[in-house]
Design a protein around this ligand. Sequence first.
Ligand SMILES: Cc1cc2nc3c(=O)[nH]c(=O)nc-3n(C[C@H](O)[C@H](O)[C@H](O)COP(=O)(O)OP(=O)(O)OC[C@H]3O[C@@H](n4cnc5c(N)ncnc54)[C@H](O)[C@@H]3O)c2cc1C
Length: 479
Amino acid sequence: MKNIKSIVWFRQDLRLHDNEALTDALAASDVVIPVYIFDERKFRGTTSRFGFPKIGVHRAKFIIESINNLRLSFQARGSDLIVRIGRPEQIIAELAREQRVQWVFCNRERTREEVDVQDALEQKLWTTGQELRFSRGKMLYHTADLPFPITHTPDIFSQFRKEVEKIVSIRPPLPTPQVQCCNIPADIDIGEIPTLETFGLEEPDRHERQLYEFRGGETHALERLEQFIWEKRAIAHYKQTKDELLGEDYSSKFSPWLAQGCLSPKLVYHEIKKYESENEFGESTSEMIIELMWRDFHRLMLKKHGDCIFQKGGIKNKIRMDLVEDGDILRIWVEGRTGIPFIDANMKELSATGFMSSRGRKNVASFLINDLKLSWQMGAEYFESMLLDYDPCSNYGNWNYIAGIGSDPRVFRNFNIIAQAKKYDPNGTYIQHWIPELAMLSKDVIHDPESMDSELAMSMGYHHGASYPRPMIDTNKWG
Ligand SMILES: Cc1cc2nc3c(=O)[nH]c(=O)nc-3n(C[C@H](O)[C@H](O)[C@H](O)COP(=O)(O)OP(=O)(O)OC[C@H]3O[C@@H](n4cnc5c(N)ncnc54)[C@H](O)[C@@H]3O)c2cc1C
């Protein structure tokens, strides 16, 4: 090779294992310059339509940790990670020109904001005769292996699953590059990794009720994979525990690492298969693979239907006329003051930790849409800001689904919140954990304190309207 230089632009693929962009760049170049740009439009106070920061403090912290970890991995291989704050399309184009690179390699994104940035970069590179080369790596399935063109992806998940599960094999993850992988030129300033303070954010204290602490980066992702599958063997009872709400191991907690690309879904899949080959297994392992397929499905829906998953009418282009935009009601939901313990406990967990269980997400979303009659987009934008594991396709796809405007044959996903609370938190332990003001209530009344007459309430030391907010809707509707 004749001193061919390339840039690898890291985006939501913050890992060395199974990284197609990095692998392609190393194969095609003598010098590879790894770069990450903190996009100032997202990190510096930009707010969404409903006033939420684009990236809330929990996710900002997780991303900064992931970048620190990625830099250490490159340093351990005699290289480094170049870090900047600004607009990726400008900074990378300038660096490409200065360093006279042949190509910029990156993972192709498909969602509007990310596509706009990659298109703008491509335009700039073309003016200097340079090229953006796209790789893949977000999904479990390789789109080229699917038995249908993207535009023919079935709109119903069960149908999609039937057409791929038994037929399409999952490719093995690409190996992690070993020593001396990149040789970056000595004249490049590697740049400091920002802190939360750089973006005007305060380091969040670990909340006293937080039971699991997420730490960004590939190293922690691989540790969690090892722990969940091999050390604790929690995968063995995933089917029975996945709808629980409290604790470290009821579900995998892989999602924040998957969303930032610190963990490859293909690696998770092949570890599960290895576990299956060495152990007796029931339905739990395949249940986890089905969940990973949901992740692919939402991404394929976005590819097939385009930006409409972000718009009011969603995939079905069906605007729900019963939903309104009311900031005051939204605030009560956000702050966990609705007077419905199951909703409030989940919302408190989300704001304290940046995480909420799958069961919790379904309920708070259904409550916002079907009971408060708020625009689903308000809820989705709050989740976008707060979630550690925010992923545009999974977040907006799931909100579409629950609002009945996505890929779901049912008209509405309308949950009876109190019945759900009693089923999934039968002893009220989750409520007691996140709403200590209700700890004195017995499991028979904790999910619906309003159902107590004053005498019973007083006997437990509870005062309607004083100990905890009265419900903002009539809970009798749930029977
Ligand atoms: C309204 C709403 C919004 C959501 N927003 C997001 C989001 O922004 N990012 C996100 O990763 N997930 C989202 N989910 C899906 C799901 O709730 C989380 O993926 C899951 O709770 C993460 O916890 P876990 O990693 O322990 O999951 P596990 O139960 O251990 O599942 C393993 C993996 O499968 C994938 N998965 C599981 N369920 C789903 C699903 N319904 N859709 C897509 N992928 C799934 C995730 O990558 C997850 O890490 C949302 C669900 C709802 C109802």
